[in-house]
Design a protein around this ligand. Sequence first.
Ligand code: GAR
Length: 205
Amino acid sequence: MKRIGVLVSGGGSNLQALIDSIRNGELSAEIAVVISNKEGVYALERAKQYDIPSRVISHKDYATVADFTAAIVSCLKEFDVDLVCLAGFLRILDRVLIDAYPNRVLNIHPALLPAFGGKGMYGHHVHEAVIASGAKYSGATVHLVTPETDVGPIVCQGIVEVADEDTPETLAAKVLQVEHRIYPQAVRLILEGGYRIDGLRVRRA
Ligand code: GAR
């Protein structure tokens, strides 16, 4: 059974989607550990509910991003993780994570990358920018993490229509539904290995 480490910072609805897809047999894997950079977030409650080990590793306890990331890597190694899923994890990490898990770190982003990504583009900021741009469609992207923020090979995407009356909140809710559908699909593809990476394209093998 492949072991997944899930990194969170908030509510953890994407963590829940992964838990649900494992429980309903869609995904054959085990969540070995949930790591949060914040105490008291609901994602930790979800882990507890399903008896999944969890740890809080706060960026505030480390002088540098590299030290913070090294602490996370050491925890992932302790739990013998095969794949790392960033699921609403809102801190930038150092490349020591990617060096430890090359092509084995996934991130979910609440827009259609490569649009509306990069530093500062997270959570509601993304949906505000999409609405301000006048774009007619948005969506979600699961991609492999590379040293540059939100730029790695795209594994799965799903789209939603941006309605005239959408607010950042209503758009976020629609996008989240897509996220919950595509994250388990992306994890499954990566764990089953039926793909090859060709530049920024993840091709089905
Ligand atoms: C999700 O919309 C996720 O795409 C976003 O944070 C939310 C977390 O929700 N992530 C980013 O913006 C990363 N750039 P969740 O805690 O309910 O899964």
